[in-house]
Design a protein around this ligand. Structure first.
Ligand code: SAM
Ligand code: SF4
Length: 344
């Protein structure tokens, strides 16, 4: 390339725009429905996972994600299930890293339970991943095993240490669970403060049958925040992600604290995201059943014309918002699929 052409930057594609004038710039991809843990609020103990034949290959996932990037998506998040238990997942991460190199993608990131991070943190950093969300609901080893049904806290702590050593910025996600970790939330704020991690508390969401009583787990974050404000000085931050989190700066620690409150807040106006499952189903909203099958057009031809049409048609019916309710009469999930399908 001569010096003249190298200075002409490729213009970023105009993003897909939904019917409510929201640009769709963020794709979350569940790369597997499988997981090495069974968090009580997320999965039943005896989950039936998808047969491998239904799951997109890593090559197909690369093709789909890359098409979204060509259509204006600037941020990709790999999730699951547990993304790092998918065989050869680093191949996909490295492949997608080429869009960071070209400037087409601003960010490639993951949400992980941390169990495999000791093994993968360096490779993730080498592939261009700069930040990672790690889910951790408790700092107590026995409680961790109870919440995850069999997990080992030390393994996750080793993973967190490896991520930190690899230079990845870390955000801890903790689901606030009544009667489970509500006595530890202050401790988590100080631990994250000392460690240099941001922290986000998540309200439990009514997704999928899990064989537990949702109403028992539900802890409104308005209560959590009021309690935290007795000890910490929280100043609302203008940090916005287009997602369901509200952020505060914690004066005492200098770290950020977020609250994800899908049940008590309407966060849909600025929604910039869609979610792809590992079978190629695109959900336009976490809280609605409507979805589009992208696997059929993907497999129908090597040319991307049908796929592009299917994506554009799907974005054209992204709904205005969700209607989550923890139904007090039925106590049934508002949406039947589990979080491990769409990855949160
Ligand atoms: N396995 C990875 C992990 O745990 O980070 C990624 C997938 S997990 C489904 C993504 C996030 O969803 C985690 O932070 C988890 O705590 C959260 N989650 C799962 N089920 C949930 C539920 N019913 N309500 C709220 N958050 C949930
Ligand atoms: Fe696995 Fe993540 Fe669900 Fe826990 S929250 S069972 S780690 S997918």
């Amino acid at each position: 390339m001569n010096s003249e052409t190298s200075q002409i930057a490729t213009p970023a594609p105009a993003p897909l725009i939904d019917p409510f004038a929201r640009p769709i710039t963020y794709l979350r991809v569940s790369v597997t429905d499988r997981c090495d843990l069974r968090c009580v609020y997320c999965m039943a103990e005896d989950m039936t996972f998808l047969p491998k034949s239904e799951v997109l290959s890593l090559e197909e996932l690369d093709r789909l994600c890359s098409r979204f990037v060509e259509l204006g998506v600037r941020k990709l998040r790999l999730t699951g299930g547990e993304p790092l238990v998918r065989k050869n997942i680093m191949w996909l991460v490295q492949r997608l890293g080429r869009h960071l190199d070209s400037g087409a993608l601003d960010e490639l990131t993951l949400t992980s339970n941390g169990t495999q991070l000791a093994k993968y943190a360096d490779q993730l950093a080498d592939a261009g991943v700069r930040r990672i969300n790690i889910s951790l609901d408790t700092l107590d080893p026995a409680k961790f095993t109870a919440i995850t049904r069999w997990g080992n806290l030390n393994q996750v702590m080793d993973g967190i240490a490896a991520a930190r050593a690899a230079g990845l910025a870390i955000k801890i996600n903790a689901v606030a669970l009544r009667g489970v970790n509500d006595d530890e939330l202050h401790r988590m704020v100080s631990w994250c403060g000392e460690s240099g991690f941001d922290l986000t508390f998540i309200e439990v969401m009514p997704l999928g049958e899990i064989g537990e009583q949702r109403l028992d787990q539900y802890l409104p974050l308005s209560m959590v925040r009021a309690d935290l404000e007795k000890r910490w000085t929280l100043t609302e931050s203008d940090h916005a992600t287009g997602g369901p989190a509200r952020y505060f700066d914690v004066a005492e620690t200098g770290q950020r604290l977020g609250f994800i409150t899908p049940l008590t807040h309407n966060f849909c106006e600025a929604c910039n995201r869609v979610r792809l499952t590992c079978t190629g189903t695109l959900y336009m909203c976490l809280g609605q059943e409507d979805a589009a099958d992208l696997r059929a057009p993907l497999r129908a031809s090597d040319d991307d014309t049908l796929l592009t049409e299917a994506i554009e048609e799907a974005i054209g019916r992204k709904p205005k918002g969700h209607d989550f309710v923890i139904d007090r009469r039925r106590n049934a999930p508002a949406v039947g699929r589990h979080m491990s399908v769409t990855g949160g």
